[in-house]
Design a protein around this ligand. Structure first.
Ligand code: OOB
Length: 550
């Protein structure tokens, strides 16, 4: 790697202690496979099988490998160097897969932004990753990413390579990338970082999650077995492909590993997905709870044949038992609950678990070597079956965020456990029930919003004296965000504050759903009160006053 052109990833390798590395290898979790290595092998073994479908595009495994080679070689020909980070902001199209596979082939490190992200978020991610490249679509859902790219380039001189899928305007076009495939590097070290995923971010801005070839491949290879993915499966990506859930649980990478077919749905709603399910005979798809309920409702009235669906996975946020039953009754396929996190640990209910387990728990870990601790506020294990903080470490859970010592000190224990921020209860057999969160994020239909991040944007408004953002129960979204605001003098309108937050260059899902002006936070507690307690008090008082259900 060219160190001077491209600051080295710290850490390029995740730091599992040597004894655990040996253990994970000996147990056969880490097999020394790499993402480009797997793609090459599948391109030979399943050459003419269809790998990826989207719009009118149908790519075979051989064609995917070739496309990835063209893109990867083209990026290197432009001056990117293996090890360079490239932020990818693409929707659910076959280009998402070809671009990411192209980066893998070139030894470049994808950093996954969501299509919903706007300049503040993308800039932060580019900065944090010290990325030299940015690849986006021309337009999507009415948004022009070329305008965003121009603004980014003006702000970040290190961003030398902007490439666009579609009409590239003055930028490089992904479609016309060309290079010498013979110059692509050899397969990387299986323990090196393959890409950087974004954290949901409970405190402030997103953190970067370095995942290695060995650890990530293990997570989706094992997921395939648990989710019943084989070469005959047809896996639909309905949630944004950049999320860990549709990427690897088992996700499109699991599907490609198995030689199955991946179908990219342009949107997550029934309108986009149902015709594709019928046409492609989709067998497995992952959704967040509000979408699963929407699908359940729409399935009753649809003319599309959904009979091919075998497994509907639901995760990203809590699916309450009543909703789980409704989903099972209306969709007539197996339900699988998925409780995971981009940092690693993923829990699944198993396909043949009894109904009460499928409906009433969020599953159990993938791996026999996923270590799970449920502890009280002081870090001591709670009594069996008690509710406590979930800590975890294991063969596919990170030991540190990328380039973030402060977050690492908060988020990991000294002996390497990741503090998930989730409150759980552990049942016999290792099944987990999610009981809430200790952290301060809002889980809005599976999208995580940091209270602190939004408070900072509100506080930047001249007429805002103080702000506290909390989650409120929402019948459809699970949670929505509510900002309590103390104004300087006459309060601005709620609409203008929402417009302010949007104008700060943030994803639309982060704009507070509700703004409540208050005179003071008026804590009753004596002495100093933490922001967390303050948020909890405001929320409780509001719910009491309004009589909203909790
Ligand atoms: C998935 O990943 P992230 O990184 O967007 O969010 C992780 C957090 C968890 O810590 C938990 O708070 C929440 O999302 N969560 C759930 C849940 N699944 C995730 N809370 C309750 N019930 C569930 N089933 O969201 C993610 C990653 C891989 C697979 C599935 C989901």
């Amino acid at each position: 790697m060219n160190e001077s052109a491209s600051p080295a990833l710290v850490p390029l390798r995740q730091s599992w202690p040597p004894a655990l590395v040996a253990r994970y290898r000996a147990a056969g979790y880490w097999r020394g496979e790499t993402l480009p290595g797997v793609l090459r092998e599948r391109a030979t073994r399943f050459a003419d099988d269809i790998a990826v479908v989207g719009g009118e595009v149908r790519l075979s495994y051989a064609a995917l490998w070739q496309e990835a080679g063209r893109i990867g070689a083209g990026l290197l020909a432009r001056g990117l160097v293996p090890g360079d980070r490239v932020v990818v902001q693409l929707g659910n199209t076959p280009a998402f897969v070809t671009v990411v596979c192209g980066l893998f082939r070139a030894g470049l490190i994808p950093v996954y932004a969501l299509p919903a992200h706007r300049i503040t978020e993308v800039r932060h991610v580019l900065d944090k990753a010290q990325a030299r490249g940015y690849i986006a679509a021309d337009r999507q859902d009415g948004f022009d990413y070329r305008v965003l790219a121009r603004e980014l380039q003006a702000l970040l001189p290190a961003l030398q390579h902007v490439l666009i899928v579609g009409d590239a305007a003055e930028f490089g076009a992904v479609d016309s990338l060309q290079g010498d495939a013979a110059l692509l590097p050899p397969d990387p070290d299986p323990q090196s970082v393959a890409f950087l995923q974004l954290s949901g971010g409970s405190t402030g801005l997103s953190k970067l999650i370095p995942r290695t070839h060995d650890d990530y491949i293990y997570s989706f290879r094992a997921s395939n077995e648990i989710c019943g993915i084989t070469r005959d499966s047809v896996y639909m990506v309905a949630l944004p492909a950049a999320h860990n859930f549709p990427m690897s649980s088992p996700g499109f990478l699991g599907a490609l590993y198995a030689g199955a077919r991946v179908v990219m749905s342009p949107g997550p709603g029934p309108d986009a997905a149902f015709p594709l399910i019928a046409r492609e005979r989709v067998t497995c798809v992952g959704l967040v709870p509000p979408l699963a309920l929407l699908w359940a409702q729409a399935a009753a009235a649809t003319a599309h044949d959904l009979g091919s669906l075998q497994v509907l996975q639901v995760g990203g946020a809590k699916l309450v038992p009543e909703a789980a039953r409704r989903v099972i009754d209306s969709l007539g396929c197996r339900l699988q609950q998925v409780f995971g996190m981009a940092e690693g640990l993923v829990n699944y209910t198993r396909l043949h678990d009894p109904l009460d387990v499928v409906v009433g728990t969020q599953g159990r870990p993938i791996s026999p070597d996923d270590e799970v601790l449920v502890v009280d506020d002081h870090g001591h294990p709670v009594a069996e079956g008690g509710i406590g903080h979930l800590l975890t470490r294991g063969p596919y859970t990170i030991r540190a965020y990328h380039n973030d010592p402060a977050a690492n000190a908060r988020s990991f224990t000294e002996d390497g456990y990741y503090r998930t921020g989730d409150m759980v209860q552990q049942l016999p057999g290792g099944y987990l029930v999610v009981r809430g969160r200790a952290g301060d994020h809002i889980n809005r239909a599976g999208e995580k919003i940091s209270a602190e991040e939004i408070e900072d944007h509100l506080l930047a408004h001249a007429e805002v004296f103080d702000a506290a953002v909390v989650s409120m129960p929402d019948a459809f979204l699970g949670e929505r965000s509510c900002a309590f605001v103390i104004a300087h003098g006459t309060p601005p309108t709620a609409a203008s504050l929402k417009a302010w937050v949007r104008g700060r260059g943030l994803a639309a899902f982060k704009v507070p759903d509700q703004v409540v002006f208050v005179e003071a936070f008026g804590t009753t507690a004596v002495g100093k009160i933490s922001r967390r307690e303050l948020r909890a008090q405001l929320r409780e008082r509001y719910l009491e006053q309004t009589g909203e259900p909790r």
